[in-house]
Design a protein around this ligand. Structure first.
Ligand code: SIN
Length: 479
């Protein structure tokens, strides 16, 4: 699969209107691996026009035709899994096995939503009047703008695009500038799958200009964003001024709670995947590991051994389990959280600084005895740093876990079923992993509460985010 260096609008590959470009880097080497068009408002308006024209026929295509094309996208993604995985590692840095896994995960959303296309049901509401009927039908919201992040360059688009296409919407996708190629590859996938021109449009470039056009252009009806809470709030306000619907999948500050009665080996395994997958650069990452006093030392020792076993390096090399971070700002943030915590008394058990490989490589890090006033308790690190906090009681753990403005994912390890249910009830989060460190799947709703966002992606609920409800009252019926 080629590394596309043009944007995909109305089924055509093209440059930005002013032919401007920007460089794309490989975070593992710092090398420039290509360029991508620096699009602005005129290009975005063109893409929205194309998506709007295509919407008028795509929404009428019928569920069977749409389902077949969406299913074909699943097949095409899987056919190109290896090449897409390599592209993803080159521009983003995650180990190849994780990258290929992400492509397969992204593909599953197309398979799932191909099936959901057939299940966009309405309702007939029992009428209070003998001569009238009440009918509820669901309709695609229209053209959707998707703004997606660099940490999952393939699957974050899949989550939005597959659901939107199933609903009958068309889309303009703006990926993060660090990772344009996995996104632009969707142009090839769409062509190969037989998606009509204009239904899927992908453009790279100036985020603020593209977002402004999306928010203000009356032909675009909804914005779906995955990224930071700070940007999400700004975007939601901008979209709200034009009464656009929004879905927001924003930051997290996930607690990972380990109780005295937990299976500690399972908890270590869960903590490793939750904290160190993608070098800690996921919004559902365990950000605070809360451990009950009775098992604190034992858990810290076991987790330390697992953290030490991680292999840092270029994601294309065999056996590497942690690639580079995405940029200098990510490295600075990890270092800042460690420095702040240690200045307040935390101890570094493993790692603690940049990796000897240099560049954007960072040591997988374990901190113990971290005090609650450390920044890492309240801010998302988005890096490979696991801070351990101590608690005594269940009530205290719940209070600590909920002491944040975020509410995306949380995790708890316990053998007590009653406690597990209490936690599911009381933890103020959109997703709860009980004895599980990874909750993402296409069949379940992914989304947060509080400052972590609005709406759900994946599952039977995911398609609702792209549908409007219409109520029709049919009167004048003879009784
Ligand atoms: C994220 O959005 O950062 C997490 C993605 C996932 O776990 O599916």
């Amino acid at each position: 699969m080629d590394k596309r260096q043009q944007v995909f609008i109305d089924g055509q590959w093209r440059d930005a209107a002013d032919r401007a470009t920007f460089d794309v880097l490989n975070p593992a080497t710092g090398d420039v691996i290509g360029t991508a068009p620096m699009c602005g408002r005129p290009d975005t308006a063109l893409a929205i026009d194309a998506a709007h024209k295509a919407f008028l026929t795509w929404r009428e295509a019928g569920s069977e035709a749409r389902a077949q094309i969406i299913y074909r996208m699943y097949e095409c993604l899987m056919d190109h899994q290896v090449a897409l995985g390599a592209l993803l590692t080159e521009e983003m840095g995650k180990p190849l096995a994780e990258a290929k896994g992400e492509v397969a995960f992204g593909a599953k959303f197309f398979k799932w939503f191909a099936e959901e296309t057939r299940r966009v049901y309405g309702d007939v509401i029992p009428s209070p009047w003998p001569d009238k009927r009440i009918v509820v039908t669901k309709h695609p919201v229209g053209v959707v703008g998707a703004i997606t992040p660099w940490n999952f360059p393939n699957s974050m688009i899949a989550r939005k695009l597959a659901a939107a296409l199933a609903a009958g919407c068309t889309m303009v996708v703006k990926p993060a500038s660090q990772t344009p190629y996995s996104a632009l590859a969707y142009g090839d996938i769409a062509e190969e799958a037989g998606v009509p021109p204009g239904v899927v449009n992908i453009l790279t470039g100036r985020a603020s200009e593209i977002a402004a056009e999306m928010c203000e252009n009356p032909k675009l009806r909804k914005i779906s964003f995955t990224g930071s809470t700070e940007v999400g709030k700004r975007l939601a306000a901008q979209a709200g001024a034009h009464m656009k619907r929004v879905s927001m999948e924003l930051g997290g500050n996930a607690p990972f709670i380990v109780f005295d009665d937990a299976d500690l080996d399972a908890a270590v395994e869960g903590a490793m995947i939750s904290k160190f997958r993608n070098a800690g650069q996921t919004c559902v990452c365990a950000n605070r590991v809360l451990v009950q006093s009775g098992v604190y030392d034992q858990f810290a020792e076991k987790l330390g051994a697992a953290v030490r076993a991680l292999k840092v390096g270029n994601g294309v090399e065999a056996g590497v389990t942690q690639g580079p971070l995405i940029d200098e700002a990510a490295v600075d943030k990890a270092r800042e959280h460690i420095t702040d915590a240690t200045s307040l008394g935390a101890e570094v058990q493993v790692g603690g600084d940049s990796h000897e490989l240099g560049g954007l490589y960072f040591q997988p890090t374990l901190l113990t005895n971290v005090p609650r006033n450390a920044k890492i308790f309240s801010e998302e690190t988005f890096g490979p740093v696991a801070p351990l906090f101590r608690f005594e009681t269940e009530e205290e753990a719940i209070a600590m876990a909920n002491d944040t403005e975020y509410g995306l994912a949380c995790y708890a390890y316990t053998a007590d079923l009653g406690r597990a249910w209490r936690l599911m009830d009381k933890l103020e989060y959109g997703m709860v992993g009980v004895n599980e460190g990874l909750v993402s799947t296409e069949v379940a709703p992914f989304g947060g509460v509080k400052d972590s966002g609005l709406g759900n992606e994946g599952s039977k609920y995911g398609v609702d985010d792209y549908l409007d409800i219409k109520y029709s009252l049919i009167g004048g019926l003879k009784t």
